[in-house]
Design a protein around this ligand. Structure first.
Ligand code: TRP
Length: 347
C-alpha cells in the first residue's frame, strides 16, 4: 500500500489566511513533493450540515467557494482528487459500522467536540449527527486508506479518535484499515494564527479574518488596523513581539527576500524584532511591511481564483469527476470492511 493523503474542510465560509498557513500551504507542498501515491481533498458538506442543517443554502453556496480557494492556492485536479463528501454514499455506511466501536462518553470527551459544544449552545439539545461527527470523520479518512492527514492543530483529537476506531476495528475483525497520522505545519506561528484583533482564533463570526479572496484594499485596511502590543504607545517605547499579532503574522508569512524588496534596512525578521523590542520602531512601519508581505503572498492566489471563478461550471465538473473517482475507492474499502465483518452474503 502506498502513501495516501485525505483531508478536507467544511464549506461554511470562504477560506482565510489561517487555513492557508495552517494547512492549505502544506497540502500543496505535499501534493507537489511527488511522495504520495494518492491525494484526496474533500469538501465536507455533510459534516458542515451537522451544525448547519437549517442552513442548506449556505453550505451549498460555499462548496463552490471552497473549491475556488483550493484551486487558487494551487491544489491541482491533475494531481489531487477534489471531491464532495455527500456524494460518496459509502461514507455514511462505514460510519454506521464504526458507531458500534465508540461509546457516547468517548465522543463527549473529545476535546474538539467539547469546545464546539460550548460555542454552539444547541437550543433543543445536541443533535446525534453532531456528536457523531468524529466517527463520520473516521469514515472519511479510512475509506481512502489514508495514512497521512494534513490538518490544523484543532483537528488532532479527531485523528486520535480515528486511530482508536481503526485499532479496535482491526482487532475485532482482522487487519483491514490503516491507522492515520496527522501532519501539522512546521512553524509554530502557523499552528494557530490569531485573528487580526489578537483573539486566539480567526473566525468569521468575530470578523477578524483576512480571506484568500480579499481585495488589496481590504487586506491593507485589515492589516493597518491590526491589534499590536497595547503597551507600545510611543515609537521609542520598547515593544513586545511575542503575543503581538503583527509579529506572529510575520513569523507565519515572512521570507528573507521580502526584506530586500520592501525593508532593506533589515536583513531578516530577527533584526526587525530586536529593534522593536529595544524601542524606536513604530507599529505603522511594521504594519506597512506586513501589508506588503501579505499582498505578495495573496496576489497570485487571488488572481488564480478570479480566473477559475469565470467558469463555475468547469469547477463543478472538476468536483463531479473527483467525486466519481473517490466513490470508486470508497466502494473498494467498503467491500473489504463488509467482508471483514462477515456481511458480504452474496459474493
Ligand atoms: N473537521 C474538518 C474541519 O472542520 C473537516 C473534515 C471532515 C476533515 N472530514 C475530514 C479533515 C477528514 C480531515 C480529514 O475543517
Amino acid at each position: 500500500m502506498g502513501k495516501i493523503i485525505l483531508t478536507g474542510d467544511r464549506p461554511t465560509g470562504r477560506l482565510h489566511v489561517g487555513h492557508y498557513v495552517g494547512s492549505l500551504k502544506r497540502r500543496v507542498e505535499l501534493q507537489n513533493s511527488g511522495e504520495f501515491d494518492k491525494i484526496n481533498i474533500m469538501i465536507a458538506d455533510a459534516q458542515a450540515l451537522t451544525d448547519n442543517f437549517e442552513n442548506p443554502k449556505k453550505v451549498r453556496d460555499n462548496v463552490l467557494e471552497v473549491a475556488l480557494d483550493y484551486l487558487a492556492v494551487g491544489l491541482d485536479p491533475k494531481k489531487s482528487t477534489l471531491f464532495i463528501q455527500s456524494q460518496i454514499q459509502e461514507l455514511p455506511e462505514l460510519t454506521v459500522y464504526y458507531m458500534n466501536l465508540v461509546t457516547l462518553a468517548r465522543l463527549e470527551r473529545n476535546p474538539t467536540v467539547k469546545s464546539e459544544l460550548k460555542q454552539k449552545h444547541f437550543d433543543g439539545g445536541v443533535p446525534v449527527g453532531f456528536i457523531n461527527y468524529p466517527i463520520s470523520q473516521t469514515a472519511d479518512i479510512t475509506a481512502f486508506l489514508a495514512d497521512t492527514v494534513p490538518v490544523g492543530e484543532d483537528q488532532l483529537p479527531m485523528i486520535e479518535q480515528a486511530r482508536e476506531i481503526v485499532r479496535s476495528f482491526n482487532l475485532i475483525y482482522g487487519e483491514t484499515l490503516v491507522e492515520p497520522k496527522a501532519v501539522l505545519p512546521g512553524n509554530r506561528a502557523c499552528l494557530r494564527l490569531p485573528g487580526t484583533d489578537g483573539k486566539a482564533k480567526m473566525s468569521k463570526s468575530l470578523g477578524n479574518c483576512i480571506y484568500l479572496a480579499d481585495s488589496p484594499e481590504d487586506i491593507k485596511y485589515k492589516v493597518m488596523n491590526m491589534f499590536t502590543d497595547p503597551n507600545h504607545l510611543k515609537v521609542s517605547d520598547p515593544g513586545n513581539t511575542k503575543d503581538n499579532p503583527v509579529f506572529i503574522y510575520l513569523d507565519a508569512f515572512c521570507e528573507d527576500r521580502y526584506f530586500e524588496e520592501f525593508l532593506p534596512e533589515y536583513k531578516n525578521l530577527d533584526e526587525l524584532k530586536a529593534h522593536y523590542e529595544r524601542g524606536g520602531l513604530g507599529d505603522v512601519k511594521v504594519k506597512k511591511f506586513l501589508n506588503n508581505v501579505i499582498q505578495e503572498t495573496l496576489r497570485p492566489i487571488r488572481e488564480r481564483r478570479e480566473e477559475f471563478a469565470k467558469d463555475p461550471a468547469e469547477v463543478m465538473n472538476i468536483l463531479k469527476k473527483g467525486s466519481e473517482d473517490a466513490e470508486k475507492t470508497a466502494a473498494e474499502t467498503l467491500s473489504k470492511v463488509k467482508h471483514a465483518m462477515m456481511i458480504d452474503y452474496f459474493g
